[in-house]
Design a protein around this ligand. Sequence first.
Ligand code: SF4
Ligand code: SF4
Length: 66
Amino acid sequence: MAEAKRKGKLVYDREKCLVCAGCAGVCPALAIDFRELEWTLDDGRCTRCGLCVRFCPVGALHVERD
Ligand code: SF4
Ligand code: SF4
C-alpha cells in the first residue's frame, strides 16, 4: 500500500503490554516482531488495519490518526 494512503500510525504502550505476542500472530502483514521480547514494528509493512488493536487484551495498541 502506498505511503500516502496509510493514515496515522500504530502506537504501542510498553507499560500495558503483557508480551503475549498475540498481536504479531494476528497481523496479516507480518509487521510486528518480538525478537528478544522487544515489540518492534516494521512500519513500512503496517497497513493500519487495526486487527492487532482489536486483538490486544489490555489495550496496549492504538492507531493514532493524523
Ligand atoms: S495495524 Fe494491522 S498491519 Fe499494522 S501491525 Fe496491526 S495488524 Fe499489522
Ligand atoms: S497483543 Fe497487546 S499485550 Fe499482547 S503482545 Fe501485543 S501489545 Fe502486548
